[in-house]
Design a protein around this ligand. Sequence first.
Ligand SMILES: [Ca+2]
Length: 397
Amino acid sequence: MMRVLIPLLALAFVACNSGSAPGTTGASASPAPSGEEVVLERVETEEATFRVVKVVGDLEHAWAVDWLPDGRMLITERPGRILLVDDDGVTALDNVPEVWNENQGGMLDVRVGPQYAEDGWIYLAYSVREGGVGGTVLSRARLEGTSLTDVDVLYRQTPFLEPNYHFGARIVFPGDGTLFVALGERGQRREKTVDIPTPTTSVGTTVRLNLDGSVPTDNPFVGSEDGLDEVYSYGHRNQQGMAIHPETGEVWQHEHGPHGGDELNLIEPGHNYGWPDVSYGDTYRGQQPIGGTEAPGVTNPVKYWDPSPALSGMTFYTGDSFPGWQGDLFMGALARQKVLRLELDGHEVAHEEELLYGELGRIRDVATGPDGTLYVLTDAAAGALYRLEPVDNATQN
Ligand SMILES: [Ca+2]
């Protein structure tokens, strides 16, 4: 089924920030082709000047974006769609797994597998509901034309639970034949069906699997009764951003705090990240502290934010378009409606910059594109995928 979500008309170069200089000549990026729309002509920031191009519009609560090796894009929409974007337009794929589309649940992450060229696997994270309870599921599937095939469920968060919120989820591939999937804590501070933090369930954990769903023998709790074989780290709240450091291979992750206390964490095998015994957040009602801020055996975040930006999406920028951003960590913010750029110094945040505050809406995902630019995906009933393209790079020093 072909479903064109945006009219592919020539809408190029419609500037919304009328007060800014045009300044688009001399840019190293090519002009926006037909169907794309320049929504901000010139945004000057500390290390880069860029314009913002709307690439795909009318996305219903889009959640994630990734690219096939040939440049075609996959975009998930939380209500249960996966969109294929190519030169012909936008097509909703057939045979997509049924999801639990309620509150924060639905179709969440999509990641093209690291061996896609050989095996064709695309990885998906989404929520499902069965018999009054539900949870996050990790699957892989292949793409044939505009349909998914060979849908293969690799992992189901255990146990399934009643709440319809805090599903996580993000998938990353460190490049050694394994994957990590970040699984939310399913509201268990209040619900208490599962006593968290614990590695004996996969509630509020990061799970590490081989690409075929089997468990790597060197996972921290393999051979131990202290935790599930698949659990790599635990004590997380609701993680909606994860990325592999391009030089060190480390797994970086962020999670939503409650009222305050969003965290950036460096994920280490077997570590406990504390929630809800340890946090920098308060209860929404009455704003009472939740736990202490430190405890023996609990790993502290690299950084925390209070108030909470409501973080979602994460990428280490490794593209060629913005030399000043090389290696920086970008994260989206939902409630605070901005992109955060972090300069890291080892395991510390050396500097933080806000980009696009209030300009595009709630940011659900950020990604370094194969074209070397930075992509930003917004969460709204009619959200969009945007591309940040360099402007005036030749004159920047
Ligand atoms: Ca923590």
